[in-house]
Ligand binder design. Structure first.
Ligand code: F6P
Length: 361
């Protein structure tokens, strides 16, 4: 690609730690190695819908080590407003593909790097097809459910925060002889709960991939007591179906529905079934913010460099991925199609069972 080319970058979907490290790597590789210009599109596809299009020219000076340490995304992001059925102010829904494609054209970019989860990748791939864009994806999400990659940016930091929460809950559990329930995020995948639960010494880990029963959970708590320990730690993934009333969702003032509240239900049932004093902590968006872990910075940096190299090689409709200790690239379609949930027969589930952790089944 010639030196006068310009590429775009955007972040889409929920924020997480490590996004700025990926942006920094893209800026450095594109400017220092190839001499290209890089424009950052603001708030995902929202920036392309605005007129004039909202973007900023990204420079080496802006993309500093300091920026890499920051949580969130300097470009802003959005996880609402599906462009194919966009909710308008008058209550109608509208397909805004043509406006987004027009915004992209206005920017005059040769290729786009999109940092997103599977939902965002799916939307952007369809937009790319409609607009003839040269698209490259970088996977990010604390849920770690993007297919074809072992890790997505943000997961490691979220797990570290959830593990630290268990470390902090354990002394209170022991001091007050309580069952402490920790509800973590992850959407339909139990990766955060399972990984943090194993690392943080949980007694019970409930994940959406393994149907659970509250009776079995109560039995494990009684068993812990019989063995002479007067406290327990329980980790619950937000999308868990308790087997008694389905999964729990909450609705926000703007009508959006999200998982949330299963921890309170589980805590309440444990108290009812065992008589134990229980307390519930809902970790929420704490898992998405803060400084990225070393691993997230490292993976994000490697992803950013490889994404720019794909553009240089003219290889599009691909996503960078982490497999077997290295960065590779896969067809974007594979990443979208192969949803990465927890393998109920996988290493971590087997490890948890071997450690005597109940999965509620
Ligand atoms: O996908 C990331 C995630 O944090 C999920 O784990 C969670 O269910 C959801 O986003 C929360 O979304 P919001 O930020 O809109 O509340």
């Amino acid at each position: 690609m010639a030196a006068d080319k310009r590429i775009g970058i955007l972040t889409s979907g929920g924020d997480c730690a490590g996004l700025n490290a990926a942006i920094r790597a893209v800026v450095h590789r594109a400017i220092l190695t190839y001499g290209w210009q890089v424009v950052g599109i603001m708030e995902g596809t929202q920036g392309l819908l605005a007129r004039p299009v909202r973007y900023q020219q990204l420079t080496i000076e802006m993309a500093s080590q300091q920026m890499m340490r920051q949580g969130g995304t300097i470009l802003g992001t959005t996880n609402k407003g599906n462009p194919f059925a966009y909710p308008m102010a008058d209550g109608s829904v509208k397909d805004r593909t043509a406006e987004i494609v027009g915004g992209y054209r206005e920017l005059g970019i040769d290729a786009l790097i999109a940092i997103g989860g599977d939902g965002s990748m799916d939307i952007l791939r369809r937009l790319a097809a409609a607009g003839g864009w040269n698209l490259v994806g970088i996977p990010k999400t604390i849920d770690n459910d993007v297919g074809a990659t072992e890790v997505a940016i943000g997961f490691d930091t979220a797990v570290a925060i959830a593990t630290e929460a268990l470390d902090r809950l354990q002394p209170t559990a022991a001091s007050h002889h309580r069952v402490m329930v920790l509800e973590v995020m992850g959407r339909d995948a139990g990766h955060i709960a399972l990984t943090a639960g194993v690392a943080g010494g949980a007694d019970v880990i409930l994940i959406p991939e393994i149907p659970c029963s509250m009776e079995k959970v109560a039995a494990r708590i009684r068993d812990v007591r019989q063995r002479g320990r007067n406290f327990a730690l329980v980790v619950v993934s937000e999308a868990v179906n308790s087997g008694e009333g389905g999964s729990v969702m909450k609705e926000f003032a703007d009508g959006q529905r999200r998982y949330g509240g299963i921890g309170n239900y589980v805590g309440h049932r444990i108290a009812e079934l065992t008589g134990a004093e229980t307390r519930v902590t809902v970790l929420g968006h704490v898992q998405r913010g803060g400084m990225p872990s070393a691993q997230d910075r490292m993976v994000a940096s490697a992803f950013g460099v490889h994404a720019v190299d794909l553009i240089a090689e003219g290889r599009f409709d691909r996503m960078v991925a982490w497999q077997n200790r290295r960065v590779i690239d896969v067809p974007l379609e594979d990443a979208i199609r192969q949803y990465a949930s927890v393998d109920p027969e996988g290493t971590l589930v087997r490890t948890a069972r071997a450690l005597g952790i109940s999965l509620g089944d």
